[in-house]
Design a protein around this ligand. Structure first.
Ligand code: G6Q
Length: 532
């Protein structure tokens, strides 16, 4: 079989990198981290964001070899082809989704010539519908079925239809329109719905049901529960519910909804934040202009990620530093550590986006991979994490590469000096000190108080958590994940493991009814032992 794409182990640079990994750069050396030139050289700016990677175990030779690997694998060319509509969601020679990958088109609305004009045109149409809808809301032209204006939104969706929109909405709470409230329901646990219903006034609530497939058990169940609650409250669900779904899905039934918005089969769920999946709830909460800024930030990164020079392409750099840590230095996980309360759900979004994309064992030709693919991604906001799992980061036997994320200024711009410093200064001092301490370590005669150092990390820094900076951050990570998938030569855009979960639960539920009468093995155990 002739393979257009090759995994990194088939590149000439792979062997150079293996050799370099035998004696990686020593960060514990005297003066290494005081060297301003090292900090300047190992940093990269893209739009609102600056990446500092002086605290990674790299030198110029490693970066040169990573560049050679990127060139050999044509990583940037593949990214550019993705933006222009190449059918990359496929496994060659086997049945697969066989689709284009065009989440970038959702935000390619700002340049004169979009990379994929037809898809951007569809995105533009949905954005126009959204603007019109938000305008009507703002002007009080839309009201609930008892005539009261809407001030609350319940967003129902799960997985890609929940995590990204929720992470980004949480990240922008400080920018919300006054008086607007948003709640999320994802879990099929009835307590998730009950908790939200107990908190809202349904007469002033819009319910956005988000499901690309329009068939997801959790979402349809929660929609039904909320519709029933609306009816019990004497309200007409068709005047309170909005749909965001795929064209032609079972939910594409405009008569049942006040408005229907669409996303398209070339947008994967976990990459759908900048489609209507995220835009409707963000628009309600923040207003249309902030959504435009958010998309603009993402679009800027998408265009800049076509830069071939690794040292000037931030997401590519982040991706290849990750490959260096994972495949060459052998670290199994990566911690995402935002020193920002606004980003408290961002690690959860990346868990999905990264692990669902690159948690794969066969390559794009269906062959078993021979190298480790996606790492385990986890994290929590600092400084909270410092009082919890950082013990393991500093002294555990598992070395965990860390990606710190921070902002120079707070989002609310409300801060106060306590004991001579502001909270923002304390927050950033902690971020910086942790990165340095992990890298430099600290020798001590008492082995229990010694810190080995040489634990790699990098820092992503922006001025403030604005809509544009957050759109850019989202796109940086989406592109990082895509570049890594290209590097491992896996299809980062399907999710058979998730599909399996959907089928498994459905199958078991269908058997409950039959279980007792027909003596069905697993069904019977479930009914007797689990349901009780
Ligand atoms: C994302 C996955 C998955 C999906 C959910 C919800 O990439 O495909 O997390 O988003 O299973 O699917 P629906 O949007 O179709 O309800």
């Amino acid at each position: 079989m002739t393979s257009t794409f090759k995994g990194l182990q088939h590149t000439a640079a792979y062997n150079s990198l293996l050799k370099l990994a035998q004696s990686p750069f020593d960060l514990t050396g005297t003066g290494v981290l005081d060297d301003e030139e090292r900090w300047r050289r190992f940093s990269c700016t893209m739009g609102d964001w600056r990446l500092f990677y002086a605290t990674e175990r790299v030198d110029e030779a490693v970066i040169d070899a990573l560049q050679a690997m990127a060139d050999e694998q044509r990583l940037v060319a593949q990214f550019a082809a993705m933006r222009r509509g190449a059918v990359l969601n496929r496994i060659e020679g086997f049945e697969s989704e066989n689709r284009q990958v065009l989440h970038t088109a959702c935000r390619d609305l700002f340049s004169a010539s979009a990379a994929m004009a037809a898809a951007s045109e569809e995105a533009r149409r949905e954005m126009d519908k959204l603007r019109h809808f938000l305008d009507e809301l703002q002007k009080g032209k839309l009201a609930g079925s008892l005539g009261q204006p809407f001030d609350t939104m319940i967003h129902i969706g799960i997985g890609g239809s929940d995590l990204g929109p929720r992470a980004m909405l949480e990240a922008m709470r400080g920018l919300a329109l006054s008086g607007r409230k948003v709640h999320f329901i994802a879990n099929v646990d009835p307590d998730d719905t009950a908790r939200v219903l107990a908190e809202v006034n349904l007469a002033t609530t819009l319910v956005t049901v988000v499901s690309k497939s329009g068939t997801t058990l959790e979402t349809l169940t929660n929609e039904t529960l909320v519709r029933r609650a609306l009816e019990v409250a004497g309200l007409d669900p068709a005047r309170h519910c909005l749909a965001v779904t795929g064209k032609g899905s079972p939910m594409d039934d405009p008569g049942r909804y006040l408005r229907s918005f669409y996303m398209f089969d070339y947008i994967g769920g976990r990459y759908s934040v900048t489609s209507m999946v995220g835009a409707v709830v963000l628009g309600f909460f923040l207003g249309y202009e902030q959504v435009v800024d958010f998309l603009r930030g993402a679009a800027e990164v998408d265009a800049l990620a076509e830069e071939a020079d690794l040292r000037r392409n931030l997401p590519l750099l982040l991706a290849l530093l990750g490959i260096w840590n994972h495949n060459f230095l052998g670290h199994a996980t990566v911690a995402i550590l935002p020193y920002s309360q606004a980003l408290h759900r961002f690690p959860a979004h990346l868990q999905q986006c990264d692990m669902e994309s690159n948690g794969k064992s066969v390559d794009r030709y269906g062959r078993k991979v021979t190298l480790k693919t996606g790492p385990i991604v986890w994290g929590e906001p600092g400084t909270n994490g410092q009082h919890a799992f950082y013990q393991l980061l500093h002294q555990g036997t598992e070395v965990v590469p860390a990606e710190f994320i921070g902002f120079r200024r707070s989002q609310y711009l409300r801060d106060g000096e306590v004991q001579g410093t502001t909270s923002q200064q304390k927050l950033l001092a902690n971020l910086f000190a942790q990165s340095i301490a992990l890298a430099a370590g600290r020798p001590a005669d008492n082995p229990n108080r010694a810190f080995p150092g040489n634990r790699p990390s990098c820092i992503l820094l922006a001025e403030r958590a604005t809509a544009r900076a957050l759109g850019a951050l989202l796109a940086i990570y989406e592109a990082k994940i895509v570049f890594q998938g290209f590097c491992w030569n896996v299809n980062s855009f399907d999710q058979e493991g998730v599909q399996l979960g959907k089928v498994l639960a459905g199958g078991l539920l269908a058997r409950i009814g039959l279980a007792v009468e027909e003596g069905d093995g697993v069904g019977k155990i479930f009914v007797k032992q689990i349901l009780g």
